[in-house]
Design a protein around this ligand. Structure first.
Ligand code: NAP
Ligand code: ZN
Length: 348
């Protein structure tokens, strides 16, 4: 099937228009015409090959919202015209114990990511900065027409990546929770932790974000260069979600955890983290990590958002302004997720 999008051809050049082929839809496949595509910091890490192993040409994008334009004969969940969404995963082996448990992101064979991966036939996958995508219905989500669909797109990565660990570590009423970094992931973590009833402290390097953090649900905001403000919270948190995209000192957050507290990394800076043993030995603390979420939990999160009227705070942008959007994300200047209006993609 013919597709058209924007691709990176190496780690340094700007993304440019790119014509490519996707597979013809099979019996279980859904064709989604893409209307909105979020810009995740992971797109930038991978376009710039900051994690290594990038595959070019690369069409990024794993926060995809659109509507169904064709379905295979065996599809049961969707019909033509339905709104639909695709996130970070488009396939997994479906039979390993992790897939069976609904944790396809930890598929033992290795889940097939939406872009910058090879599928099980060895062909590269291409993501959402494009006009359409073909995906097995098992990896396509239903979305509520009640919500603004542009603002739903970031839920497919930033949403589930923060929802899943907050649920796994049972954050709720009575929990004291920290969120580090008010970017795409951080602002969703803040909204969910607040919605689950926790007392939420937002940590930020950006003084200019204090008022927004409070508006989005923070009970307290700490500007991280203020050592005295951090010290006031020593030994007091049940759970801290670290959503920072660049190298930083995790020990200062570990030291804020109470007995048995957990610091969970979702941010993926390119360099290893350095941990002082005393930071975890004291108070029997855990340093953990979490990757996106499985299909069942992603749908649960989307349904929760529809019920509680939760969406991302977005800046809508056009496909020809990717370079500017990337620069602003890297400068921590996005409020709080860029979403590409795919109607701005040239028709040919
Ligand atoms: P983002 O929108 O750029 O947000 C990152 C935030 O981190 C910034 O807004 C900023 O918040 C803070 N920050 C940036 N540079 C910093 C520095 N040098 N020191 C301290 N804080 C800094 O990025 P995102 O899209 O939310 O993604 C965040 C990270 O999560 C990325 O590394 C991404 O690859 C990763 N990720 C992981 C998963 C997963 O499954 N685990 C899924 C998606 C993304 P303040 O201005 O508030 O300080
Ligand atoms: Zn992402």
């Amino acid at each position: 099937m013919k597709s058209f999008g924007y691709a990176a051809h190496d780690k340094k050049s700007a993304l440019v228009p790119f014509r490519f082929e996707r597979r013809e839809p099979g019996p279980k496949d859904v064709v989604v015409e893409i209307e909105f595509s979020g810009i995740c910091h992971s797109d930038i890490h991978q376009v710039r090959d900051e994690w290594g192993g990038s595959i070019y040409p690369m069409v990024p994008g794993h926060e995809i919202v659109g509507h169904v334009t064709a379905v295979g004969g065996a599809v049961t969940k969707f019909k033509v015209g339905d709104p639909a969404a695709v996130g970070v995963i488009v396939d997994s082996d479906r039979v390993c114990e992790n897939c069976v448990a609904g944790e396809e992101q930890y598929c033992i064979k290795g889940a097939v990511e939406t872009y910058n991966k090879l599928d099980y036939e060895g062909k590269p996958t291409y993501g959402g900065y494009s006009n359409n995508i073909v995906v097995d219905e098992r990896f396509v989500h239903t979305i509520s027409p009640k919500l603004n669909s542009a603002a739903v797109a970031p839920l497919l990565c930033a949403g589930i990546t923060t929802y899943s660990p907050l649920r796994h570590w049972k954050v709720g009423e009575g929990s004291k929770v920290g969120v580090v970094g008010l970017g795409g992931l951080g602002h969703m973590g803040l909204k969910f932790a607040h919605s689950f009833g926790a007392h939420v402290v937002q940590f930020t390097t950006s003084e200019s974000k204090i008022a927004d953090a409070k508006r989005l649900g923070a009970d307290e905001v700490v500007v991280t260069k203020d050592a005295a403000a951090l010290a006031k919270h020593a030994g007091s948190f049940d759970f801290i979600l670290d959503c920072v995209s660049a190298p930083h000192d995790v020990n200062q957050y570990l030291n804020l955890l109470r007995l048995n507290g957990t610091l969970c990394l979702v941010g993926l800076p390119e360099t290893p983290v350095s941990v002082a043993p005393f930071s975890v030995v004291a108070n029997r603390r855990s340093l953990a990590g979490s990757g996106i979420g499985g299909m069942k939990e992603t749908q649960e999160m989307l349904d929760y958002c529809a019920e509680h009227n939760i969406v991302s705070e977005i800046e809508l942008t056009s496909i020809d302004k990717l370079a500017e959007a990337y620069e602003r994300v890297v400068k921590a200047d996005v409020k709080y997720r860029f979403v590409i209006d795919m109607a701005t993609l040239p028709k040919s």
